[in-house]
Write a protein that binds this ligand. Structure first.
Ligand code: ADP
Length: 421
């Protein structure tokens, strides 16, 4: 193994796995922390996906360290801690605490934080994160149900999450090339362990950063940060040339879409599918809390409709409706309640012959894959930037498109299913 990746959610893990596969690495994604190094598959890069983004920081740290130990035990030469390209976190963590703990475990004096992902409109300039043309704090992320992001200055955001000093490698330095970036890293850590946010607005800059990352024990960032890493291993003679990707064969069967994301992109995708006549069932959080709506009642609606068309089950709602539900039942409890129900619905759909399932939402995908008991994923073709089809690689007969809430074009659901033929 060359690269070990620890991802704080499932769709983020798939996103970075796709990036590495496209750059010519053999990649396998595991679901959950492996019991030991021996439990890991043979691959150039192994992406361990957790569901730790919104857990208590201590738990996220414990799981990340266990994943790190397994990856290093299996031979990983470098560790990448992958989080969302919108830096999803709170002042309690989990990006800062996990990065700090991994630095200590790996004996790293320095690490970098860079969520830039230009292909998906995430760019970092002077330490400020932009989503498309607007600052993070003006983007729909300000209303995220679990990790509302209301400060765009990542140096400030990260500094609230760690005791280590947080510096900045600005755009102008990145433009000067890998040697200048490496000199900046050394300067930032000259008085002791430190972290730095790195600017990147283009893929070319991510490749410059990638080259500068050669030999660093630990990196942290979005999937864009992985863009230039395979080339370092190739230059060192450890990785062969890029070759054509393997054929991807999704098992034949019925299709369904589960949406538990309330992100702006998902709201548009749900509306698009509904307007196209996809049979759709809107979950009602109040009815779920009062047990008037259960997985059984949702399946009663869905199962007779399974056929040539997909069915769509969604809890996707506007920010105002989400706020009302959260005020009534609590933020985490409402999230967990809906995730649990969608997990049960996924089980029922799979048992009824659904073998092609699209899931919208990072946390939601974690819950669904957990409920299905899928433990390993093979990465397939890209549907939209950051979202590939995946295939259960543990004997289960199911193809899964796991979409981070804010990713994908409006027609994502129908397009993804059409792609499989
Ligand atoms: P994203 O990828 O868009 O962040 P996630 O699935 O990660 O989506 O997170 C969305 C969270 O919001 C989940 O915990 C989900 O259960 C919760 N949620 C979904 N719909 C609603 C709703 N109508 N009201 C309150 N919370 C909701």
């Amino acid at each position: 193994m060359l690269l070990g990746v620890i991802a704080d959610d499932l769709t983020g893990a798939t996103d970075v796995a796709l990036m590495l596969a496209r750059e010519g690495m053999r990649v396998v994604q595991t679901v959950g922390v492996p019991a030991s190094a021996e439990a890991l598959p043979d691959a150039d890069a192994v992406v361990v996906s957790m569901k730790s983004r919104t857990n208590p920081a201590a738990e996220a740290v414990e799981w990340s360290l266990a994943a790190c130990d397994a990856l290093i035990g299996a031979g990983a030469k470098q560790i990448l801690f992958k989080y969302c390209s919108t830096f999803d976190s709170t002042d309690d963590g989990n990006i800062g605490p996990v990065a700090e703990a991994l630095m200590k475990r790996l004996g790293a004096r320095f690490t970098v934080a860079c969520p830039a992902f230009p292909a998906n409109g995430r760019s970092v300039f002077q330490g400020h994160l932009f989503v498309g043309a607007v600052l993070l704090s003006d983007s729909p992320m300000k209303d995220h149900p679990l990790t509302p992001m209301r400060d765009s200055n990542l140096v400030r955001v990260l500094a609230r999450q760690t005791k280590l000093p947080v510096g900045l490698v600005p755009f102008a330095t990145v433009e000067k090339g890998p040697a200048a970036v490496r000199a900046a890293f050394e300067d930032i850590a000259k008085d002791g362990p430190a972290m730095a946010v790195a600017d990147a607005v283009t893929d070319a800059q991510l490749r410059v950063l990638g080259e500068a990352f050669d030999g660093l024990p630990l990196l942290t960032g979005g999937s864009g940060i992985a863009l230039g890493l395979p080339e370092n291993f190739r230059r060192a003679g450890l990785l062969g040339p890029k070759s054509a990707s393997r054929a991807f064969q999704a098992p034949k069967g019925k299709t369904a879409v589960l949406a538990g994301s309330c992100s702006a992109a998902t709201r548009g995708q749900v509306a698009d599918a509904v307007s196209k006549g996809v049979p759709a069932f809107a979950l009602d959080p109040v009815a779920i809390a009062e047990k008037r709506m259960t997985a059984a009642s949702v399946l009663d609606w869905a199962l007779p409709k399974l056929g040539d068309m997909p069915v769509l089950v969604y809890s996707t709602a506007e920010p105002e409706a989400v706020r009302e539900v959260q005020e009534r039942f609590g933020r985490d409890a409402s999230g967990a309640m809906i995730e649990h129900l969608l997990g049960e619905v996924a089980q029922g759909l799979a048992a009824a012959g659904v073998t092609r399932l699209v899931v919208a939402g990072g946390e939601t995908s974690g819950a669904v894959v957990g409920a299905l008991g899928v433990s390993m994923l093979e990465i397939g073709p890209e549907i939209d930037p950051g979202v590939p089809w995946t295939l259960a690689a543990d004997g289960k007969r199911i193809a899964l498109a796991l979409k981070s809430g804010n990713f994908g074009t409006p027609d994502f659901f129908t397009k993804a299913l059409k792609m499989l033929g």
